[in-house]
Design a binder for this molecule. Structure first.
Ligand code: GLU
Length: 496
């Protein structure tokens, strides 16, 4: 069997779009499933957009997602000579021709055709020019483009799409399309095919938005005498209003970088993305890499557009809630050492890292991450919602502050009293702190919840969290006593 060779050929736009990431992912899965190769090709013919940073943005995004490629990156502009050679060969073999029609002449014809409600396709004026006529025009310095000579016969050009089945288009509906501009620059339709032939691509997995190109590209393959690869067109991903998701309408959430900055787990994002266009045929939603490679097949790519469920004005969700849910799942269930490695990188970035977390405090660090991760959605939550465990400059959520602290002015006295009891304990652990808290509540004749909720707010800044006595154990006696004793500082911070 021939080796499976797929490609990801982005045209740089400054960042890796999640739609592009999904395309890369599906190609990667297919290559890995079949022990094949993924070729990365940067289609950098738009010089303005293909800056160094813009290309780096794509490579960084793929690397972060863990989607490794086997060949490349190749750069399309480096192969311009191949593209021109192919165009010349197409002329030699009668599959293409030079067209000297001026833009003005074409515009006038188009307008006339539109007025007469006729077909606005190129009329083939230069299709049958003799060699002598071509030479004469060239000698006269008339600029020309190269057009592909679409066979003028009955019938259709067709291919078997792995997802959508047989796709065909009548020859008569396809105009003689331009493959090289008058400035000598080859067009995407041609370059893309020539590169895929050179790179021996066997399967082209790309968005349905490219389907208008595919039939014309099949003609090019035929004319160039190359085998036609297998095509699999993926559905588009649209928002709730059925618009394509774009930076202009949706902002940063379309860029892979956004998810990295927000503390997503790379594989969790992949797991979310694959479901936007592929389904396993079961209810399973969470897939390890190995499981997904095993389960993946082109036949189960969806036919209909998938929905990126983003409610821009819902402050609770900063992106598709399903993406957040899948990320939370991984955050809760991944081996804690793997979470710790990501938290380390994040803490280093935020100046929160303590070298002892890799040394004498390692066990504490892992245990604490494990304790608090249940309610978190992203790695960034460890430095925000979980900050009190790692630093003293944590914020106090105003909601629990009002409800659990300020509403009971006596806590100003009670919490320092509790600190005294904690300080005097022989051992400071879950049982001893619970007993001491209940004892004090009984003496003060108040509900233990008043002390517990009050101390949670003061000690962690949060309304909710793990069991309070586990929290105390994780924070350790010194910090607990200091924070409860210096309660005035907290009131001062809260402006009371
Ligand atoms: N450069 C094209 C794009 O980014 C590639 C399309 C293809 O896969 O052929 O859309």
């Amino acid at each position: 069997m021939t080796e499976v060779r797929v490609r990801f050929p982005p045209s740089p736009t400054g960042y890796l779009h999640i739609g592009g990431a999904r395309t890369a992912l599906l190609n990667w899965l297919f290559a890995r499933k079949h022990g094949g190769k993924l070729i990365l090709r940067i289609e950098d013919t738009d010089a303005e957009r293909s800056t160094r940073e813009s290309i780096e943005g794509i490579l960084d995004g793929l690397t972060w997602l863990g989607l490794d490629w086997d060949e490349g990156p190749y750069f399309q502009t480096e192969f311009a000579a191949d593209h021109i050679r192919a165009a010349d060969r197409l002329i030699e073999t009668g599959h293409a021709y030079k067209c000297f029609c001026t833009k003005e002449a074409l515009d006038a014809k188009r307008e006339a055709a539109m007025t007469a409600k006729q077909d606005v396709k190129y009329d083939g004026a230069c299709r049958e020019l003799s060699a002598a006529e071509v030479a004469a025009r060239e000698k006269a310095g008339i600029p020309s483009v190269i057009r592909f000579k679409v066979p003028r016969r009955e019938g259709t050009v067709a291919y078997e799409d792995k997802v959508l089945g047989r796709i065909e288009r009548r020859y008569e509906d396809i105009e003689d399309f331009v493959i090289v501009r008058s400035n000598g620059k080859p067009l995407y339709l041609l370059s893309n095919v020539v590169d895929d032939i050179r790179d021996r691509i066997t399967h082209i997995i790309r968005g349905q938005d490219h389907m208008t190109n595919t039939t014309r590209q099949v003609l090019l393959y035929e004319a160039l005498g190359a085998p036609i690869p297998v095509f699999a067109h993926m559905p588009l991903t649209l928002d709730l209003e059925k618009r394509k998701i774009s930076k202009r309408s949706h902002g940063e959430i379309v860029a892979v970088q956004f998810y990295r900055d927000r503390g997503f787990i790379p594989w969790a994002l992949c797991n979310f993305l694959v479901l936007l266009g592929w389904n396993p045929g079961t209810d399973q939603e969470i897939f390890s890499r190995g499981e997904l490679i095993e389960a993946f097949s082109l036949e189960r790519i969806g036919k209909v557009n998938s929905v990126f469920n983003y409610r821009k004005n819902d402050p609770k969700f900063f992106t598709d809630p399903k993406a957040i849910a899948i990320n939370s799942h991984y955050l809760r269930t991944m081996p804690i050492e793997e979470i710790a490695a990501m938290v380390k990188a994040h803490f280093l970035d935020r100046g929160l890292w303590d070298a002892a977390y890799d040394g004498e405090k390692k066990e504490w660090f892992l245990r604490t991450l494990d304790l608090i991760r249940d309610r978190f959605h992203t790695i960034n939550d460890f430095s925000t919602l979980g900050r009190a465990y790692f630093a003293d400059d944590y914020e106090i959520d105003p909601k629990p502050l009002a409800k659990n602290v300020l509403k009971h002015p006596e806590l100003k006295k009670w919490l320092p009293l509790l600190a005294e009891r904690f300080a005097a304990l022989e051992r400071f652990d879950q049982d001893s702190t619970e007993a001491a808290s209940r004892q004090l509540a009984a003496e003060l004749d108040i509900k233990p919840g008043i002390l517990i909720n009050g101390m949670r707010t003061v000690l962690t800044g949060q309304l909710a969290g793990p069991g309070m006595f586990d929290v105390l154990a994780a924070l350790g006696r010194d910090r607990v006593v200091a924070r409860l004793t210096n309660i005035d500082a907290l009131y001062a911070r809260a402006g009371e």
